[in-house]
Design a binder for this molecule. Structure first.
Ligand SMILES: [Zn+2]
Length: 729
């Protein structure tokens, strides 16, 4: 039988052909990547791996033993060599003396926390990767290769009431058990002692936490990890409860389209409720398994116990908010009432948890809102400061559901004691890690919708706000162009980590959508998609517009007049009107920027429809500023003659302008070269004498959207290089 066929509950991915070409550190990287690639083996960002490797010491030229171990942060699946810390083994082991010298030692003591800073003194090869708190688990276990994973099947054993007996029953003498203990130097010593007592041990179930196992050969270590997980999963499978899972079903899910409609109504209101102190980005996660859980009899009891693996609850918080709503018999309004009440109770409960568990030196209380909300019939909604974080949170709770399913099948599920949970959540080392993170960017936690993002000012604005950390919805009449811009942003900023999110909700920091703003249904459909993707909106920038060139006689046909107004005025209004519903549902401040034109203020020949439509748009800005007050600021950006890369300046318009202004040119020149000629000509007419670029426009679209202009609404800002005749008065 092929190796890969021996495993039904995990994916066997070791490739000798590949591994044998790699150096020992790269083999560790390969092993880590393939372990991380299977969610049943470990969660995103969870677990770590190590190899003790003989290397030449750059100082002495002698061969030394080096511990390569996955460092702090990062993710096994996507790890590169740079994610691994390297420590001189002899120096690392010498730390034990320092630890033992301390008068007070043991789990959660000061000396234990201070060991983390000591690891840096043992760095081999000037490696800047920071060691994680799990380093001593790897360093103190006297085997060459160690895998520490968070597999659902192992956590299920570790989170069961009779976890020690179950470990014995499933694994016999080859796997031992250690009770829950916060990871650190002391836990490493506990494991070392276990192995001393029983040198035949191959691994340990870590109470309320996961699995750790080892071998002197790296491939053997990998295969052992899979074998142990397979064994646990196979055992659990034998106890499947079928219809009786989670105590049986209490509610039924509405069909998919009804569920979607409820979510579209629900998400902006819910986002507003949880975002009153900090804004959150949502992820909706709905699978058969999630629905089975939220609809079950046991869901309220199990949800209250919370998640077990510390890695899980750092994101999911100590417990989710479960709302006992009957999707068959109760109305949407009842759901909202229950959510409102549930959130109030949750925050009070969180505050009392904080008060009861805090130490004199604990960090200040964090946001008391839940990050996971469970609704019967609807599914799981997760909140995070970024899309990536909310996806990870959704992933972790969905894994916790699998842990509860398995644990309840073989035993009774239990959570981590509250004080232990608190001591992880508010660990000073964890706080220091948070403090070391770069400050949040200006548009972090924001969803910015840019309509017209397929080209020109819209595309430049999408790039500009993304640079400030925004989640960007790139919308355009050309869906293809919108998606191309979204792809550019995703390529720059990455899709993030976390494998969760149903449909569009599994998206990254940018999405591209097609929209026709002359059609209200199309605008509504666009906002519905945005709600399902991110949970709501914060800022809207409309750059979509149309300029119809007059015919040879200088006339614009009537239908083109209508089209000009339909896009430049009514379209902008419809966008604002549909966005208003979301802003009002969220009860969070927002901003709207409409792109008008300096032509709105300058009367001239040849652009009657366009100019008057932009004059109307200027006044639309002012009227909307009043209509949408006090929640939303509305301002206008009035560009002039941005010729660079503009869809408003196709080749024929550029040429007709060059002829009109008597600027000489060659028919053979490229469109961009002709545009540059025209831009240079226009620049000469301005007070600043320099061409106006897309970046100039995008900068102001961004500034007007940002809180830097928080006291400005109903204003039009010209970005025209300085045109005296366009001064507003
Ligand atoms: Zn762990």
């Amino acid at each position: 039988m092929k190796k890969s066929e021996e495993f039904k509950h995990v994916k066997y991915l070791w490739d000798d052909g590949l591994a044998d070409q790699l150096d020992p550190v790269e083999r560790l990287r390969h092993r880590s990547n393939i372990l991380g690639a299977d969610q049943r083996i470990t969660n995103t960002g969870g677990g770590n791996t190590s190899s003790k490797i003989k290397m030449t010491d750059p100082l002495s030229g002698e061969e030394v033993d080096v511990l390569w171990v996955k460092g702090s942060g990062g993710d096994l699946r996507t790890s590169t060599r740079a994610n691994f810390a390297s420590l001189y083994m002899d120096k690392f082991l010498s730390l034990e003396h320092i630890y033992n010298k301390a008068e007070i030692k043991g789990a959660k003591t000061e000396i234990e926390d201070s060991m983390v800073d000591m690891y840096r003194h043992t760095t081999f090869g000037l490696n800047p990767a920071a060691s994680s708190i799990d380093t001593p688990l790897h360093g103190l276990i006297p085997f060459r290769h160690v895998d520490h994973m968070h597999p659902v099947s192992a956590i299920a054993i570790a989170a069961s009431e009779d976890q020690e007996d179950l470990t014995q029953e499933i694994f016999g003498d080859e796997v031992g058990w250690v009770p829950w203990q916060r990871p650190g130097f002391d836990l490493g010593l506990v494991m070392q002692e276990k192995i001393k007592q029983n040198p035949k041990l191959k691994g340990l179930i870590m109470g309320q936490h996961g699995l750790i196992n080892w071998a002197d050969d790296d491939k053997a270590c990998y295969e052992l990890t899979l074998t142990l997980i397979e064994k646990a999963a196979h055992y659990i499978e034998g106890f499947g409860k079928g219809d009786k899972t989670f105590g049986g079903q209490k509610y039924h899910s509405p069909d998919e389209s009804t569920r979607k409609q409820i979510l579209i109504q629900l998400l902006p209101r819910l986002r507003g409720m949880v975002s009153q102190s900090n804004r959150f980005i949502g992820t909706v996660h709905v699978t058969e398994s999630v629905l089975q859980f939220v609809n079950s009899v046991d869901a309220p009891r199990l949800a209250e116990i919370g998640t077990s693996c510390p890695d899980h609850f750092l994101r999911t918080k100590i417990k989710p908010l479960y709302v006992d709503w009957n999707p068959q018999g109760e109305s949407f309004d009842t759901l909202m009432e229950k959510l409102e009440k549930g959130l109030v109770a949750y925050r009070v409960d969180y505050m009392s948890y904080f008060e009861a568990c805090k130490h004199p030196n604990s960090p200040a209380m964090r946001d008391p809102n839940p990050t996971v909300i469970l609704i019967p019939g609807i599914g799981l909604i997760a909140w995070g400061k970024t899309k990536s974080e909310s996806r990870v949170t959704a992933e972790f709770y969905s894994l916790a559901i699998e842990v509860m399913r398995s644990s309840e099948a073989i035993s009774t599920y239990q959570g981590l004691p509250r004080q232990e949970a608190f001591d992880i959540e508010y660990w000073l080392l964890e706080e220091a890690k948070l403090k070391r993170m770069p400050p949040e960017k200006e548009f972090a936690r924001n969803v910015v919708v840019v309509i017209g993002a397929g080209s020109g000012i819209g595309k430049a604005s999408a790039h500009r706000v993304a640079k400030e950390g925004a989640h960007v919805v790139c919308a355009d009449v050309s869906e293809e162009a919108a998606q191309a811009t979204a792809q550019e942003l995703t390529d720059i900023y990455g899709v993030g980590i976390g494998i969760a999110g149903t449909g569009l909700s599994g998206c990254g920091p940018a999405i591209g959508l097609g929209v026709d703003i002359t059609d209200r249904d199309s605008v509504q459909a666009m906002f519905d998609e945005i709600i399902l993707a991110y949970g709501g909106i914060d800022n809207v920038i409309v750059t979509a517009g149309i300029f119809v060139s007059p015919d040879k006689n200088g006339r614009i046909p009537d239908d083109k007049w209508s089209l000009t107004y339909a896009i430049n005025v009514i379209g902008a209004f419809v966008v604002a009107d549909e966005a208003r519903k979301i802003w009002q549902a969220q009860r969070l401040s927002g901003s709207l920027v409409l792109t008008t034109s300096v032509n709105a203020a300058v009367a001239k020949q040849g652009s009657l429809a366009y100019d008057t439509s932009k004059a109307a748009a200027n006044h639309l800005v002012r009227e909307l500023a009043i209509e949408l007050s006090p929640l939303v600021r509305v301002n206008g950006l009035a560009p002039a003659t941005v010729v660079e890369g503009s869809s408003m300046f196709p080749r024929d318009r550029v040429i007709s302008s060059l002829i009109k202004y008597n600027v000489s040119f060659d028919e053979g020149e490229s469109t961009e070269a002709l545009r540059e000629r025209l831009a240079t000509f226009y620049a000469q007419r301005t007070l600043t004498k320099s061409p106006v670029t897309l970046a100039d426009q995008a900068e102001v679209a961004y500034l007007l959207s940002s809180n830097r202009f928080s006291k400005t609404t109903g204003q039009i800002i010209s970005v025209d290089g300085g045109l005296q005749e366009a001064f507003l008065r």
